[in-house]
Design a protein around this ligand. Structure first.
Ligand SMILES: NC(=O)c1ccc[n+]([C@@H]2O[C@H](COP(=O)([O-])OP(=O)(O)OC[C@H]3O[C@@H](n4cnc5c(N)ncnc54)[C@H](O)[C@@H]3O)[C@@H](O)[C@H]2O)c1
Length: 454
């Protein structure tokens, strides 16, 4: 490494070399990484999935865990015990600004409502980011994060680790090879229930001493702490923090059809569910989207999602032979010349079975999604779920989450201007108002590229 170039400049330069000039936005391979020291990572949210993200990133031989941040001091201590050399923080803004040049890349594994604030803070400090799924809580935030990543030419990856598994990569190949012809419909489902149909919560209990409730709330509206309702995990069910079952499992399950069919933005989305309560996401949803056609689909493509007790749909309802057992989570691609059933994290099954009995599956290998990101940060290879793909995928998905506040109504979508054109009220859910004092507004205003993406 040129001694006159600081380590930070080198990593930034390295990451800049990973992307093509603005306009094409694909990662490009840097010629040599031999002299680079370890990638020093900082982790925001180290409990739950964050603990698993930390282990997976740290398992790369070129990673040194330098910073750990969590609003729960018990969880933070647990992570510190495994990485005693790391500095610890409860506020990610402080960690990123105080650690400055002594960290190279940031992993974000907080609840959904904090993804944008933490990721934007990291990216505006010039750090490559691995951010959990769904990329953001709001449609607008996904668009902004994609723009900021592009503008700063940063290596990014959304945390859909199963995207890099052979079963999903093979399914993408089979669809793109035309094994079932052009696809007209995709049915997808999860029998999980990350909804809550009950009333608002009573009580104003002080949060436990180990939890910084104010920082946990972050950009979201202030409210009293209630044990067991938000921290940990259950925030998924609550509209201000999570994105329901569609945002949680839909990202994984939607990913393969979205990637394989090269879908763009939906024309419209419509949800069938109970009326909104203002508290939780509905416990049962059927969400329909229409997408413009692509080279792998018919003129338009309909994607239909079922969750909670509405999932899975009946085999005959989706055109499969009566008696076919559908998995609890998965998707079905309906093509002109056959169907492909893709159970969640399992091998695809082709229908009619007799027609495909001698079908030879393409050979593809598993990849490590985390190591792919680390390698790309070090200038080696590219990521497969950069924000250029994760952004539009999440935007599309979140439009369906917005639609669950307007049951039975089609939300017509103007993607260029990021607007629902026929229900003005829905637009306040595309970009929410943040809690005053959290400074995310300042971060967003600091990005000059507030323009729609075509
Ligand atoms: N890719 C996957 O397979 C997968 C699986 C589970 C969860 N997830 C995603 O991971 C994220 C976290 O989910 P979870 O189930 O681990 O939630 P969780 O509530 O169990 O854990 C979140 C962790 O983040 C910490 N935290 C919360 N706010 C914070 C803040 N402002 N700063 C620092 N730390 C903060 C919490 O204390 C906790 O340790 C979500 O976005 C979820 O969708 C992904």
């Amino acid at each position: 490494m040129n001694p006159s170039i600081s380590r930070r400049q080198f990593v930034q330069f390295g990451s800049m070399c990973l992307v093509a000039p603005l306009g094409t936005f694909t990662n490009r391979k840097r010629s040599s990484v031999s002299s680079l020291e370890k990638l020093r990572t900082a982790h925001v949210g180290v409990g739950g999935m964050g603990g698993s993200d930390l282990n997976s990133v740290a398992s790369h031989p070129m990673v040194e865990v330098a910073g750990l941040c969590d609003v729960d001091s018990n969880i933070l201590q647990g992570a510190l015990a495994k990485h005693p050399g790391a500095k610890v923080f409860s506020d990610f803004r402080e960690m990123i600004s105080r650690m400055g040049d002594s960290i190279d890349a940031v992993v974000i594994s907080t609840p959904d409502h904090t993804h944008a604030a933490a990721t934007m803070t990291a990216m505006l400090a010039g750090k490559p980011v691995y951010c959990q799924k769904p990329l953001t809580h709001e449609v607008f935030e996904s668009r902004q994060m994609r723009l900021i990543a592009r503008e700063n030419q940063l290596v990014t990856q959304m945390g859909v680790q199963i995207h890099s598994l052979a079963v999903y990569k093979r399914a993408v190949r089979m669809i793109q090879d035309g094994v079932i012809g052009k696809v007209s419909h995709v049915h997808a489902w999860s029998n999980k229930n990350w909804g809550y149909d009950g009333p608002g919560f009573e009580g104003n209990q002080p949060p436990p001493k180990n939890l910084n409730w104010d920082l946990w709330l972050g950009t979201a509206p202030e409210r009293p702490y209630v044990p067991g309702v938000y921290h940990q995990s259950n925030w998924r069910k609550i509209v201000d923090f999570g994105t329901g079952t569609l945002g949680d499992m839909g990202v994984h399950i939607f990913d393969t059809p979205y990637t394989a069919l090269e879908l763009t933005a939906p024309n419209w989305a419509k949800t069938t569910c109970r009326p909104p309560t203002g508290v939780g996401h509905p416990e049962k949803n059927i969400v329909e989207y229409e997408f413009p056609g692509t080279k792998y689909t018919t003129d338009t493509m309909v994607w239909k999602w079922y969750d909670g007790a509405d999932a899975p749909p009946g085999a005959e309802d989706v055109g499969l032979p009566a008696g076919t057992q559908l998995p609890g989570q998965g998707s079905l691609f309906v093509g002109e010349t056959g169907q492909m059933l893709l159970p969640h994290i399992a091998e695809a099954v082709l229908f009619p079975e007799a027609k495909f009995k001698d079908f030879k599956r393409p050979q593809v290998a598993d990849e490590n999604h985390y190591h792919q990101w680390v390698d790309a940060c070090l200038g080696n290879g590219t990521t497969s779920m950069s924000f250029d793909l994760a952004g539009p995928l999440t935007e599309a998905l979140l439009l369906g989450v917005v639609a669950n506040r307007f049951p039975g109504q089609k939300l017509d979508w103007d993607n260029e201007n990021l607007k629902v054109t026929n229900i003005e009220k829905a637009n306040s859910l595309i970009q929410r108002k943040y809690r005053e004092g959290f400074e995310i507004e300042r971060l967003i205003k600091a990005t000059p590229s507030l323009v729609p993406i075509q």
